[in-house]
Design a binder for this molecule. Structure first.
Ligand SMILES: NC(=O)c1ccc[n+]([C@@H]2O[C@H](COP(=O)([O-])OP(=O)(O)OC[C@H]3O[C@@H](n4cnc5c(N)ncnc54)[C@H](O)[C@@H]3O)[C@@H](O)[C@H]2O)c1
Length: 445
């Protein structure tokens, strides 16, 4: 972990060519005319706005992420863009895109994708680098971003700070005037919300409100934000469709995500802000979140600790590989709900919500078996590993739900995409990454 650690010591600097300026200069910069600012951001490398801000243009060659079928398909064929229904096309090329929650798991992968797809423009990562899980992994992802920046014509800024910090959000929005905002920053995790409710209120409610307010004051072409499959709570009707009732959350996390959708609807209606919420279903993949089952199970098995299978293993989860999630977000960003007026002359809210889920729920026991096979195949575990000795069947946990199952037809109809990567392939890529990461950095996740 030497390289990552060294960079962490110098945080928030992110790469060889970086810019850091004092915290309060952002306010001064914000006073410049909006139009002027917008032009200068699009044409040239933006000036950093605060001490929390670093601009990176790394020198090294990218070795970032492997490609996937879906990624390749999307690059070679943009025909789906011609079939967007009831959407306004949002051109990303040359634009300024703000991605909060990068370098979190989904955010970092989205930024890597944008750096690959766009030729010019600016991508801003905005994250408080909290220690809900080991921030070393976020530093690692930031390093992948730095490496990708070297191969991209796109500028990248990293702003270290909280979206719950309203003045900072205001400075960022007024200084850089993003065209598209993707809000992925949030306190994730269902179980953690049971003992740490205040963090969820701060990041997911206050933080999201700040983003909405900023989008009202500095209009954007599209605000895309992460919701979650957890809003479906204990719904019995499967698969879960966006039209289903989701009024009975079983965790505070779910309640904050549902609240985000309500707040977004209100802001879309009142201020004509195009918003799209995406209900992600259990995202997994390389450099994922160590708090999630597949990752923590791999870590436990490596250190010969027992893994617990909740609800006695009798759970079904609609797992979604990270590249599929990124493909979905990338497409949705480019098609904003159309602005229309109703008979009353007022805006019909340019608002939408979609599921993004694999659509093939896996039984937890089958998922674990595949994970184990792939950990052996990737040489993380020996061939003769006694798996039975390291699994324990335990009761259901508070906040958990027995089954998730996405109906992603709306996404397919409107954006021509549904997740394609199955758990065998996805867990193989995870296991191979896990092996390589541990070989290079040891147990630092
Ligand atoms: N991974 C999944 O399975 C999953 C499923 C459903 C929904 N989601 C949602 O998708 C989004 C991304 O999730 P992820 O898996 O990448 O999680 P993650 O924890 O890896 O990323 C979230 C990032 O947000 C940052 N963050 C948290 N609070 C912040 C704040 N107040 N200000 C600035 N940054 C802050 C964290 O430091 C982290 O890097 C989240 O909104 C999450 O709730 C994820």
């Amino acid at each position: 972990m030497a390289k990552t650690q060294a960079r962490k010591d110098k945080a928030p600097s992110v790469a060889s060519a970086k810019t850091e300026v004092k915290k309060n200069t952002a306010t001064t910069k914000a006073k410049a005319s909006d139009a002027k600012k917008k032009t200068s951001v699009a044409k040239s490398k933006p000036k950093a706005a605060s001490k929390e801000v670093s601009a990176s243009k790394a020198k090294k060659t990218a070795g970032a992420r492997g490609t996937s079928k879906s990624r390749t398909a999307a690059k070679s064929d943009g025909s789906w863009l011609l079939n967007l229904r009831n959407k306004s096309r949002v051109e990303l090329e040359g634009k300024t895109i703000l991605v909060t929650g990068s370098p979190g798991f989904v955010g970092a992968n989205l930024v890597l994708r944008l750096l690959k797809e766009m030729k010019t423009g600016t991508v801003i990562s905005f994250d408080n680098m909290n220690d809900y899980y080991n921030p070393t992994l976020k530093e690692y992802r930031l390093k992948l971003i730095d490496e990708a920046v070297a191969k991209s014509g796109v500028n990248h800024l990293f702003i270290r700070g909280s979206i719950a910090d309203a003045p900072l959000v205001e400075r960022v929005m007024s200084s850089y005037r993003p065209d598209v905002v993707v809000n992925l920053a949030a306190q994730a995790g269902v179980r953690y919300s049971i003992d740490h409710p205040e963090v969820y209120v701060e990041s997911n409610l206050v933080g999201f409100f700040n983003i909405l307010e900023a989008c009202r004051r500095y209009p954007v072409e599209h605000l895309v934000y992460a919701s979650s499959s957890s809003v479906y709570g204990g719904n019995k009707k499967i698969p879960f469709a966006v039209e289903d009732k989701v009024d009975h959350p079983v965790s505070l996390y779910a309640a904050t995500k549902k609240s985000n959708e309500l707040l977004a609807h209100c802001y879309s209606k009142l201020y004509d802000i195009p918003t799209t919420g995406l209900r992600f279903f259990t995202v997994y993949g390389p450099a994922g979140r160590p708090d999630m089952f597949y990752f923590s199970a791999a870590k436990k098995l490596v250190s010969r600790n027992v893994i617990q299978l909740y609800n006695y293993g009798n759970c079904r989860r609609d797992f979604t590989y990270i590249d599929d999630i990124v493909e979905g977000v990338f497409r949705v960003m480019q098609g904003a709900p159309e602005k229309k007026k109703g008979d009353d002359g007022l805006p019909i809210p340019p608002y939408a919500v979609y599921n993004i889920g694999g659509g093939t729920p896996e039984n937890l026991l089958d998922f674990v078996s595949t994970l184990q096979e792939e950990l052996v195949r990737a040489k993380v575990l020996p061939k003769n590993f006694d798996f039975e000795a390291y699994r324990e069947l335990v009761p259901m946990q508070p906040g958990d739900v027995p089954e998730t199952y996405a109906d992603s037809r709306a996404l397919e109809e409107d954006y021509g995409f549904r997740p394609t990567i199955g758990i065998r392939e996805g867990l193989r890529r995870f296991a191979e990454w896990f092996y390589e990461y541990r070989r290079r950095y040891g147990d630092k996740d």
